[in-house]
Design a protein around this ligand. Structure first.
Ligand SMILES: O=C(O)[C@@H](CO)OP(=O)(O)O
Ligand SMILES: [Mg+2]
Length: 420
């Protein structure tokens, strides 16, 4: 007998910032089941699907009991007797029942928790790993991007740029890449200490030293890579997520004590890309600055990867508009920005069709759930960012890749990054 969904049970648990979030168990008629929990962002895009919070839509720290109740009552009845193997139908039923454009009635956190847990339950019922269930064969591991210096909304370091990431582009496999990054991370820690700078970490496990400028952070990274014995730009390269929506208002960028225009920001990026081994910049400009983002793409798009996060919010409709306008050449994929596994897959397919690269992403508030690791392999996504190696809710995901790499054995490959 092919298994059906028997019942669904959600509960409130806590994420890595101590905020309530949704965890869902999906039970099947054959006795197998799957569990998933939902992450939560701090620097959220305005058009993200709505994370339902008790007594207010986006207030952090508030409970998710309404979202939990929506799963345990309405979604439980809606999906009873449905096939867990028809992910598209399960997701479509929830989207239809919600009835809003941004999932604000049932809550994207309720819907995504169920969507992911259904996939896990289906994989468990077939007794195969999640990445196999979602991806089949011919899979490769993504190139990981590690956030080693935290700023913006993720730390009190006073740095405007939210994330400075390093990526082992020269590594021959995932394990070696992880080792190279660990070396560099420990070297950076020692360097910070020697310079009398703080080594406490931010929300994503990157250091949060009080630095004066972006360039100071970039120089520190180059020095750490070299001191660890690697060649910057060849073995290990740098990426940034300024999350520029957070420091811009009314078309002005309040950056490092100055008020800059979009054009000035673009010139600044050109300058630093010429000076440092930067291969990727995410959200270099505000999600409201589409003209600027287009210009940025014209100026730097053939030299580096330009990732759209807040500007596309993993939303296939908004992304299509961005593609038509020539904005960015890469998309960040966050499942909770759109709220279902199926719609996230649609955004990835759209990227592939239009020659955009894809980077799967964690949120700054995470749980121990490693869903995105399996998802990134299954989708052959090419890239992932899931923090540094100093917070277990992030390390768990990197460790999951090590397990997958071991399982894939000789056929395990890591995605290559085309440095221009
Ligand atoms: O901006 C980002 O890319 C993310 C993840 O690093 O941050 P948050 O989850 O706070 O939106
Ligand atoms: Mg971002």
């Amino acid at each position: 007998m092919v298994a059906k969904i028997q019942f669904i049970k959600a509960r409130e648990v806590f994420d890595s910032r101590g905020n309530p979030t949704v965890e869902v168990d999906v039970h099947l008629t054959d006795g197998s089941w799957g569990r998933a929990s939902v992450p939560s962002g701090a620097s959220t895009g305005d058009k993200e699907a709505v994370e339902l919070r008790d007594g207010g839509k986006r207030l952090k720290g508030q409970g998710v009991l309404t979202a939990v109740k929506n799963v345990n009552t309405e979604i439980d009845s809606l999906l009873a007797d449905q096939s867990p193997f028809d992910q598209a139908r399960v997701d479509a039923l929830m989207i239809e029942a919600d009835g809003t454009a941004n999932k604000e009635r049932l809550g994207a956190n309720a819907i995504l928790g169920v969507s992911m847990a259904v996939a896990r339950a289906a994989a468990n019922s077939l007794n195969i790993p999640l990445y196999r269930y979602l991806g089949g064969v011919d899979l490769e591991l993504p190139l990981p991007f590690f956030n080693v210096i935290n700023g913006g909304k993720h730390a009190d370091s006073g740095i405007d740029v939210q994330e400075f990431l390093i990526t082992p582009i020269g590594a021959s496999n995932f394990r070696i890449g992880l080792e190279m990054v660990a070396d560099t991370y420990h070297t950076l820690k020692k360097m910070l200490k020697d310079k009398g700078l703080e080594t406490a970490v931010g929300d994503e496990g990157g250091f949060a030293p009080r630095l004066k400028s972006t360039e100071e952070a970039l120089s520190l990274l180059v020095e750490a890579i070299e001191t660890a014995g690697y060649e910057p730009g060849k073995d290990i390269a740098i990426a940034m997520d300024p999350a520029a929506s957070e420091f811009s208002s009314d078309g002005v960028y309040n950056f490092e004590g100055k008020k800059l225009t979009s054009d000035q920001m673009i010139s600044y990026y050109q300058e630093i890309v010429g000076k440092y081994p930067i291969i990727s910049i995410e959200d270099g400009l505000s999600e409201h600055d589409w003209d600027g983002f287009k210009k940025l793409t014209e100026v730097l798009g053939d030299r580096i990867q330009l990732v759209g996060d807040d500007i596309f919010v993993t939303n296939p409709e908004i992304f299509q508009e961005g593609i038509d306008k020539g904005i960015a050449n890469s998309i960040l994929i966050k499942l909770n920005q759109i709220g279902t596994v199926s719609e996230s897959i649609a955004a990835i397919k759209m990227a592939r069709k239009n020659n955009y690269t894809t980077m799967i992403s964690h949120r700054s508030g995470e749980t121990g759930d490693t869903f995105i690791a399996d998802f990134a392999v299954a989708m052959n996504a090419g890239q992932i960012k899931t923090g540094s190696i100093a917070r277990s809710e992030r390390v768990e995901k990197y460790n999951q890749f090590l397990r997958i790499e071991e399982e894939l054995g000789n056929s395990a490959k890591m995605a290559h990054f085309d440095v221009k």
